[in-house]
Write a protein that binds this ligand. Sequence first.
Ligand code: BGC
Length: 742
Amino acid sequence: MTEARPLYKDLIKPVEERVEDLLKRMTLEEKVGQMCQYSVHPGAVKEFTHLLEKGLVGSFLNLLGAENVNEVQRIAVEKSRLGIPLLMGFDVIHGYKTIFPIPLAMASSWDPEVVKKACEVAAREASADGVKWTFAPMLDIARDPRWGRIAEGFGEDPYLASVMAWAAVKGFQGEELSPNPDKIAACAKHYVAYGGAEGGRDYNTVDISERTLREIYMQPFKSAVAAGVATVMSAFNDLCGIPASANEFTIRKVLKGEWGFQGFVVSDWNSVGELIVHGIARDGAEAARLGVTSGVDMDMVGDVYRRYLVELVRKGVVPEKLVDDAVRRILTVKFKLGLFENPYADPEKAKKVIKCREHLDAALEVARKCIVLVKNEGVLPFKKSLKRVAVIGPLADDKESMLGCWRGFGDPADSVTVLEGVRKKLGSEAKVLYAKGCDVKSQDRSGFEEAVRVAADADAVILVVGESWDMSGEAASRAYLDLPGVQEELVKTVYEAAAGRKIPVVMVVMSGRPLTIKRPAEYVPAILVAWHLGVRAGDAVADVVFGDFNPGGKLPVTWPKTVGQVPIYYNHKMTGRPPSSERFTSKYIDEDWRPLFPFGHGLSYTSFEYSDLNVKPEVVEPGSVVQISFTLTNTGGVEGDEVAQLYVRDVSASVTRPVKELKGFKRVTLKPGEKKRIVFNLPTELLAFYDREMNYFVEAGDYEVMIGSSSEDIRLKGRFTITRSEKVTDLRKVWFTETQVY
Ligand code: BGC
């Protein structure tokens, strides 16, 4: 007798029941099939038909376009025995086709709504095209700008990155994972400590203490899990002798155990297969065993699960309950996304939604908020009445580089360059002159002469320099962090030509990381850090340069003077001999110990005053909230945004603590003369750290409060005391709901 309609297909049954019903019907081969993911391009679909028909594929990545997705989905849903839909994944990192600023730039907005908005748009476009899962957000803390993947994350600070992680997850997934056609599943990656690569060399070994692992590198992941992230990706790196994709401690004990993560873990690209290369697995079978026992539920591309897992279970080497647990997690995500009911994409919707006006406008709005004005000696904004403006530099008209690394399905033809943006802004009234000057990376100086001629002929010069799109992101580590090629010479040559004639110059730096621009920063009077800003880059830069938008971004990373200073980060320890003018202190004999620009730095066309700090109460019990308030006033002549930052220092503790830690921030817009009372509600749990016994504790003692415009520009100071020490068990509830930051 055949069953009319299996329970797992019954929409009104709870997801858990549907999962259990389906799991019971699956053969071991089909279960392992769900744990396999392959990369496929439209032309190569045929190679997978036999696996699809047998129900032996759980997910594909890189298959794009609603029609292509529907074609393979149809085989899985209509031809396989149980009709389990595929989960289609893709790296939708900062936009799908409407490309937004790179994540490091979005972190510079210090505005979680910015990140949320960008992820919402990306999700709507990707989902319309059949992509229901993104490998984002990337939550690797990066303290070393040599590492090219610093571009993909939210910078160096665990708190800022945690707030952004939360916003990204909510933006992609919505309040919770659901069949919403505008939402997709997110993936917190790369778990964990991938950003700690030695020497900043991608894929390199990471060897850090458990305290640093938990307090710095794990924090944003913890936040993503608390926000309900559906999946987590295990990283490539070796972590203190145990690769992240074979790490029972980080995956099973911490992620799935301590944090109660209910979603599934996908490996990074063949990171389970690479356990052989790491030298901890003799062969594919051993790699598969290590992957599955450590808690990696899905094997991305490596194919070791398909080849070995069934046999490992049959031989009793891998308990079937581990496979069941993995499959349960994967199916749960598929059910929650509504894939069983709506497995297909709607090509008509895709046409309407992708790159629609609303999305392109959102990309501009976001891009403007990401620009950081790091230096301005009365030069900016330029007047729109200027008659002749020179736009110079290898990135001034480079459509491709505006999109940055991991550009999704973005098309360089869509991007607005700075040259185009300035032309649009000034219209036919002004003459916009252009010279490339040199290529990004080459040693050729033959274009300098024209650049000088163009600069000398202008009323103002906009120099656009930095890195091309392919110089950051994966496998793009750099040993030198200067402006590549002969760009620094170009800057100097053009600057000298202009300065001799009193022509103002602004340097716009476009890059995927901080660059060591110490020398140009000494003489160029105005510098904008624009990162790679996405499709509307040129419009955003033109708005800022000509004062239609007052820049309010702040650096989410410390900006070094020279590569020899890295790793460099603001929340460092005091040491027993903090740097000073004394000889035997922690510093360099040939370079300053301080960065070029500190974490949190960013200027505005207006000025802000901080006053009337109030810390209440000054003596607190653990488990309560300290209210820190002050008045922020726009004391300049134009409306502007300020990111007020709250730092706290534990003055004396059982283990050494950072000199300061960001514990709150708020981006506020104020009209000239306007005042606002800013309030940070700081739950004492946010001050917890791992003590000597590795217990998570809020310790009794004195805490210094610092309110500032950057980590170095502290304007107000206060203090409070916590009466007694207390263990903290659940940070989730307090972190985001009670602080007023988010
Ligand atoms: C990267 C991941 C990415 C994956 C799939 C890997 O090489 O490390 O970040 O999600 O490829 O494209």
